[in-house]
Design a protein around this ligand. Structure first.
Ligand code: NAD
Length: 434
């Protein structure tokens, strides 16, 4: 089948490369000429494990190409996916749908023959109706069906998630569109990946409800972690103790500095706004957002406390800047708030991240960056672990102690053991472990 992907970011590029790997003929389109030029040169504009090989193999096989020109590939496509960004709208927190609406206008002008237009971007419930309205209004003669097919991949594990998903949600009541979507996902379908067909609005809401639930689960364990610190309990053992209950499940029960990233913060906010507009407020999710917002600066206070009550004039080493490991994505990363709060308190910051330093430099030009983990620690008064990259899980602790000026470690991801760190003579603080 012929697939055109509008938007070649984390979702569009991964989905496009995976569809090509299934054997479909895929064109990835983007308005960012620099991104397309890089892709044409064989450079991958984002860091995602395995993506470089996947893209290179499929380009070589003639199944994957890149362009800024949408009309030819859209005219030839059986399915056009809209995978553009839907960031928070400045000022009110609603999802900014301007990129989606623009893509819909561009696409409908170019389609030729029956075409399935699939919204892969995360969009508020009802957006499919609006996209359909815009397209009909722009070109009443066009033959198309608008389908919702939200994406659930996680950055850092995106290819495996796309190829072996827990489920594929497809929102359509159009039989022709259903057939096209079944054919597109057939390589997965044969492996019994659950294809869940729903009405379009239901599909749109599944994505937001899923993200809001996960954000709630993280925030719940974070608050339990705070309580653990007060009462002398261990949050990792509490998490294991409740997670072994099948009704709860052990995933997303890792206490830490609060959720960040390109999805949870904006999607929880957008869902709250939709619910308020519909006069059916989601008070639980509203609280989750408020609790999570306050948590990031609270982590800076934890650092300040571990440093004896003040960081003024102190050098603080930060390991990990990306919002999670195995990505270079800095969107809403907890590191941004923590670093800002420490700078506000008078600290000098030196940071290191294996992949995110290029984007971090543009967002935080005022801090220093080290070329590797140990030089980051050199002469620092404390080490703060913000992102749990594998490379930070097995640091040479003797070397860490010898390199730091003061042996103070604040481990916001609980990757070291409290007892061992104290035995080694560190002042060690983590999350939810008294
Ligand atoms: P991104 O910012 O990495 O990529 C979006 C791309 O779309 C950019 O390259 C941009 O230049 C391009 N674009 C914008 N308007 C365009 C247009 N009219 N024509 C062609 N290209 C255009 O965003 P992303 O992280 O890939 O997210 C895309 C969508 O997928 C969002 O709605 C997001 O919520 C959702 N999503 C993201 C993830 C994730 O982990 N990143 C996971 C699931 C769902």
């Amino acid at each position: 089948m012929r697939v055109t992907m509008i938007g070649s970011g984390y979702v569009g590029l991964v989905s496009g490369a995976c569809f090509a790997d299934f054997g479909h003929e895929v064109t990835c389109v983007d308005t960012d000429a620099g991104k397309i030029a890089a892709l044409k040169r064989g450079e991958i504009p984002i860091y995602e494990p395995g993506l470089d090989d996947l893209v290179a193999n499929n380009v070589r096989a003639g199944r994957l190409s890149f362009t800024t020109e949408l009309s030819g590939p859209v005219a030839a496509a059986d399915a056009v996916f809209i995978a553009v960004g839907t960031p928070s709208r400045r000022g009110d927190g609603h999802a900014d749908l301007s990129y989606v609406h623009q893509a819909a206008r561009d696409v409908v002008a170019a389609i030729d023959g029956f075409t399935v237009v699939v919204t892969k971007s995360t969009v508020p419930v009802g957006t499919g109706d609006e996209v359909e309205r815009i397209m009909r209004e722009t070109r009443p003669d066009a033959d198309f069906a608008v389908v919702s097919n939200p994406e659930f991949l996680r950055e850092g594990a995106a290819i495996a998630d796309f190829k072996r998903p827990d489920r594929i949600v497809i929102g359509t009541e159009d039989d022709r569109a259903r057939k096209v979507m079944e054919d597109l996902y057939r390589p997965l379908y044969l492996n019994a990946a659950p294809l869940l067909f729903t009405a379009r609005r239901t599909s749109e809401l599944i994505k937001y409800a899923g993200n809001a639930f996960l954000a709630t689960k993280i925030t719940f364990i974070n608050e339990i972690a705070d309580l653990c610190e007060r009462v002398g309990a261990n949050v990792q053992e509490v998490a294991r103790g409740i997670g072994l209950d099948n009704r709860i499940g052990g995933k997303f029960l890792h206490a830490g500095p609060g959720y960040g990233g390109s999805c949870f913060p904006k999607d929880t906010l957008a869902l709250i706004k939709t619910a308020q507009d519909m006069e059916s407020p989601l008070r639980l999710v509203e609280t989750v957002v408020a609790v999570n917002d306050q948590r990031k600066r609270a982590m800076a206070r934890k650092v300040i406390a571990a440093c004896g009550g003040s960081v003024r004039g102190k050098r603080i080493a930060i390991l990990g800047l990306a919002f999670k490991p195995n990505t270079d994505d800095m969107r809403e990363a907890p590191s941004l708030s923590i670093v800002t709060a420490l700078l506000d308190a008078g600290a000098e910051i030196v940071a290191y991240d294996p992949e995110a330093m290029a984007s971090a430099r543009t967002l935080m030009p005022e801090i220093a960056y080290a070329p590797d983990a140990y030089s980051c620690l050199d002469g620092a008064d404390a080490l703060v672990i913000v992102t749990e990259w594998d490379a930070f899980r097995a640091l040479d602790l003797d070397r860490v102690k010898a390199t730091l000026r003061h042996p103070v470690v604040i481990d916001l991801r609980n990757i070291y053991r409290s007892g061992e760190m104290h035995e080694r003579g560190f002042t060690y603080v983590n999350v939810g472990n008294a």
